[in-house]
Design a protein around this ligand. Structure first.
Ligand SMILES: *[C@@H]1O[C@H](CO)[C@@H](O)[C@H](O)[C@H]1NC(C)=O
Ligand SMILES: *[C@@H]1O[C@H](CO)[C@@H](O)[C@H](O)[C@H]1NC(C)=O
Ligand SMILES: *[C@@H]1O[C@H](CO)[C@@H](O)[C@H](O)[C@H]1NC(C)=O
Length: 971
């Protein structure tokens, strides 16, 4: 692990750090970003990352800086992923027919040499050959040879039969400074249809970063260091290993030979055909010619990893295919326990059956590579390379995902990287289906697709989606596409959907495709099966969802007398103000699937009708006035649904009966609850109705239904924190959660299901926050152990979960004890423990005394044990609750002069103080306080003048919400 410290980083660049971290590790969520910020500070970012990723981070910071300084409002539109591969495209005048490559790596010296022969065809007359070649690849330019070997008569009929000299004169060879390209200029232009052989010798270094060809090592059983060589070519690192046409659309055969030390084995895309001894204990393996493939699926591993014996499973349907798993011998017994062969074979069979196409290769090697550090496994064709930890996870999903890429990706390839999101979405959808088929969804605990769905609802309903983390944009687009595929699978029918994909696939094998090809294939099948009107295309439906960074909400107003309902769609906005431009023009193709109380057929997923990008439709033949209807059950389409009050109340009553909870399936129960609360939060539904929808939770025990509840308690709790209603809200939360918590009982052993453990821990956390007595007492008993310890600074015996309740509800003495632990914190202990304590000291208390004490010590007394970073951290924690920011506001007002002096020349701190002390109020009272300060100190805010002005604007908006909703919530 390496640590990167970036000092005095302009605040505006923070999102790019997260982009980088997200892109590289997929682990940066909003929360972990906050953690990073809080552990470090706003200006000093510490990231623990492997070395090469450090470089990438810096690169992204630079890109970020460039776009930030250009003041592009919504920031880099090309995602981080795409900007990294926003290659200059090759001209396309010359195309490769095949590559013959001879590679001679020297493991000890970390160098390699090689020779490549490329057969080229002139699609257009030109005197210039452009190839990709990374700058660190040394090319023997004077030795480059080009000779004509013929004419391709299908391209150009050469009637003159003119004789070219066989050898073609090269005028000049250029390496381009700004592009990883090699340009060979010829004396004369060659004719269209010319076929020639280009021969290039090259040398390079083997690096230790997981890019191109790299070297890694691991200690063997006896502790001795073992090396290996491996490759990672996605998206465009092949050019680091050999000059080539490094774009996915050039799919041609490779004829490859690779040298290795005698006692190593090389695994390549294809099996070894023959081996010859060469000098110095080295052997050269000649591999079978590959099928036509793109450079990014080229790959090999040279190692002393051992073949895992097959003990578990062998399916007769896979006789012809040789599957082999390689790993360190020490890992073998653990891998055996995860039934790795069985997982691979079952997943493979399932995908093969689904796509209706055999696995295209005769062998598949799967490698668990030690100390391998990429975001994603290397999906070389016929050779999948995982991190060891990924292989050890007992997961079908991870296996299935890479297997799907063997068909979709390697066999049928996205034309360009911008088309790859559809590929990724199909892979995500199919692997989830496969995992659910094979283990009943146990791996996801039923959470697919809810987890991605809720995050999409959340992100796309913001005023500025993806404004904080631009790198997530591609991810969310992929997730949304995945949900659109799920919707199509339901609405067109699984059969039609599968047949459509199969057709698409057969049509594109060994070729490349565009996103539209997928939609076209589905459209054809849907028309054939009568699942779609002749004038409608799947492409029109899909793009109405994929091309917008928004999702719709549908509202259903029933006419109980006429037994009809009016359905209208509009963009779903949750954060206020709802001032998104052009929202009237945003319309979607929305499938309307309804369930009625008199006909509860949840298996019927055929739409009653589609809202064809129109604002309103009417549906007829609804049940009588005492029966509810449900639109979009089971989250078939990714959109929330609102109803008139009467229908909501019918639903609420029904859910409170035991029969109701049984007949309405879990995703639909979760949806009704989720939609009601979120629509109320968005101001589209009365809170009275939303709260009525939670009455059934008293008896609800399914964790999937509980999931959205915790988020909403958090959001609404924060929002009404400052009002008098908050006390009642806490009582309400306790009433709702106590039966659940008590029924879950004490912690189970290690065999307890994960969902149960999580549900208990969540309900406990929220109960504690809401002041549940038993929880506070338990926490205080635990905390006392620390207070009575003879040397409390040597370590903290209290589990983290107990600390916040004590600081929140406990005595001043208990809190003060915590404060002294921070002040006396020994430098030898882990600093993140100190950070955690400080965070909780500032963020948890309800009482302003505790917070004032902290502010006095750190700001007025400038106690030397607290750094500027600590103060930033304190501010950020205080913004989380009304006692925090209100106390900070009062502190600012009472000590204005003193603070101004202390913060002279500390603009960042000053700005952060003003922003926290004024920005988070949500009521009229808060508005008046801030306004008064603004008027009283007019002209004294300095750099923070615009901050307080913005605060006033925001509070006004939030006040409107509070005025409307607080009385209802209270009632
Ligand atoms: C490479 O392509 C050329 C021209 O298309 C062909 O003549 C040759 O046989 C190919 N080589 C191999 C090994 O397939
Ligand atoms: C493999 O061969 C190299 C030299 O060719 C030697 O140094 C090394 O000890 C050998 N390793 C094993 C495990 O035989
Ligand atoms: C794997 O099988 C081979 C042949 O059956 C045997 O010689 C070898 O010892 C086995 N290896 C392990 C690790 O069980």
């Amino acid at each position: 692990m390496y640590i990167v410290v970036v000092q005095n980083l302009p605040k505006i660049l923070l999102p790019y750090i997260c982009v980088a971290k997200y892109y590289l590790t997929c682990q940066c969520t909003l929360d972990s970003m906050d953690d990073i910020l809080q552990q470090a500070s706003l200006t000093n970012i510490i990231l623990r990352l492997p070395k090469m990723e450090k470089l990438l981070i810096l690169l992204i910071i630079v890109i970020g800086f460039a776009s930030a300084s250009m003041r592009i409002e919504r920031s880099i539109d090309l995602s981080a992923a795409h900007s990294l591969i926003s290659d200059s495209k090759l001209p396309g005048e010359i195309t490769p027919n095949n590559y013959t490559i001879d590679l001679r790596p020297n493991i000890e010296e970390s160098t390699f040499s090689g020779k490549i022969k490329i057969i080229l065809t002139w699609q257009e007359p030109t005197n210039q050959i452009t190839l990709h070649a990374a700058h660190d690849l040394e090319i023997a330019e004077s030795d480059i040879k080009l000779s004509k070997i013929g004419m391709d008569e299908t391209i150009h009929h050469d009637s003159t039969k003119e004789n070219y000299p066989k050898e073609i004169t090269i005028r000049r060879v250029d390496r381009m400074i700004k592009k990883p390209c090699l340009v060979i200029h010829l004396q004369n232009a060659l004719k269209q249809g010319t076929v020639a052989e280009l021969e290039i010798d090259f040398n390079g270094q083997i690096w230790e970063t997981s890019e191109g060809m790299f070297k890694g090592s691991y200690p063997d059983n006896g502790g001795e260091k073992k090396n290996y060589l491996a490759t990672h070519m996605r998206p465009n690192f092949a050019r680091r290993l050999f000059p080539c046409f490094d774009e996915p659309s050039y799919k041609v055969p490779f004829i490859v030979s690779i040298a290795r030390p005698k006692n190593y084995t090389t695994l390549f895309n294809t099996p070894v055909k023959s081996s010859d001894e060469i000098e110095d204990n080295y052997v050269i393996d000649h591999f079978e010619k590959t099928l036509p493939m793109s450079t990014f699926t080229f790959g090999f591993v040279t190692s002393q990893l051992a073949l895992l014996n097959r003990t578990d499973f062998s399916d007769p349907h896979l006789k012809k295919l040789c599957i082999r798993v390689y790993a360190r011998p020490e890992l073998h017994s653990d891998l055996d326990k995860t039934r790795v062969y069985e997982r691979i074979e079952k997943s493979l069979l399932s995908i093969k059956t689904y796509l209706g196409a055999d696995f295209p290769l005769e062998k598949l090697d799967v490698v668990a590579l030690p100390s391998f550090s990429t975001v994603k496994p290397a999906d070389n064709w016929g050779l999948i390379v995982y991190k060891e930890s990924e292989m050890l996870q007992n997961s079908y999903y991870l296996i299935a995902q890479e297997l799907v890429y063997q068909w979709l990706g390697a066999w049928a390839t996205p034309y360009w990287w911008s088309d790859s999101h559809i590929n990724k979405a199909i892979a995500g959808f199919l692997s989830a289906q496969t995992a659910i088929e094979l283990d009943g969804g146990a791996e996801f605990e039923g959470k697919w697709p809810m987890t991605i769905l809720y995050s999409i609802y959340y992100e796309f309903s913001k005023r500025y989606p993806h404004s904080r983390i631009t790198g997530m944009k591609q991810e969310t687009i992929c997730s949304k596409t995945e949900l659109v595929l799920r919707m199509l699978n339901f609405t067109l029918g699984a059969d039609t959907f599968r047949k459509g994909l199969q057709k698409f696939f057969v049509d594109r094998e060994f070729k490349t495709f565009f996103a539209d090809d997928v939609w076209e294939a589905l459209t054809k099948q849907a028309h054939l099966d009568n699942k779609l009107c002749p004038n409608v295309t799947v492409g029109a439906i899909a793009t109405s969802w994929i091309q917008k960074d928004r999702i719709p909400t549908v509202s259903v107003i029933r006419n109980y007398e006429k037994k009809t309902a009016k359905l209208s769609q509009k963009v779903y906005l949750r954060e206020r103000p709802h001032d998104v431009p052009e929202q009237d023009k945003m319309l979607w193709w929305i499938p309307i699937i309804t369930i009625t109380e008199d006909k509860m057929d949840f298996d019927n997923r055929t739409p009653k009708l589609w809202m064809k990008k129109v604002k309103e439709v009417e549906i007829k033949d609804l049940p009588s006035a005492d029966k509810f209807i449900i639109v979009n059950p089971e989250e078939i389409g990714p959109f929330p649904v609102n109803y008139d009050e009467k229908n909501w109340n019918l639903l609420s009553l029904y859910l409170q009966t035991p029969k109701g909870r049984e007949t309405i399936p879990v995703y639909t129960r979760a949806k009704l609850l989720h939609d009601a609360w979120n629509l109320a939060y968005a101001g589209q539904l009365s809170f009275a109705t939303a709260f009525n929808m939670t009455l059934f939770m008293k008896s609800e025990r399914d964790h999937l239904v509980w999931n959205p509840v915790f988020t909403m308690i958090d959001h609404i709790g924060r929002h009404i924190d400052m009002s008098n209603v908050h006390k009642k809200f806490e009582t309400y939360v306790r009433t709702m959660l106590t039966p659940l918590y008590e029924e879950l009982g004490p912690e189970g052993d290690e065999n307890e299901e994960n969902w149960r453990r999580n549900l208990r821990s969540l309900s406990k956390t929220f109960l504690c926050r809401a002041g549940y007595k038993p929880c506070i007492e338990e926490a205080q008993v635990e905390y006392k152990k620390w207070m009575e310890s003879p040397s409390p600074d040597e370590g903290n015996p209290v589990a983290n979960q107990y600390i916040c309740p004590v600081f929140k509800w406990g005595t001043m003495e208990e809190w003060e004890f915590g404060l002294h632990r921070v002040i006396n914190f020994p430098s030898s202990r882990k600093q993140n423990e100190r950070t955690y304590l400080l965070k909780t000291l500032a963020g948890c208390p309800n009482h302003s005394d505790k917070i004032l004490r902290l502010l006095n010590i750190t700001i007025l007394e400038q106690n030397a044990n607290f750094t500027e970073n600590d103060i930033f951290l304190i501010f950020s924690m205080l913004s989380g609750g009304s006692s925090g920011y209100t106390t900070l506001f009062n502190f600012l007002q009472d000590n204005w002069e003193a603070i101004k002096i202390k913060f002279t020349n500390k603009t960042n701190l000053w700005d952060s103080l003003i922003s926290t002390a004024t920005g988070v109020f949500t009521t009229q009272e808060g508005y008046d306080m801030v306004k008064q300060l603004y008027v009283q100190r007019q002209g004294e805010f300095g750099s923070a003048e615009h901050i307080i002005e913005k605060s006033l604007k925001n509070i006004k908006e939030e006040t409107k919400w509070s005025d409307e909703n607080l009385p209802v919530i209270e009632k």
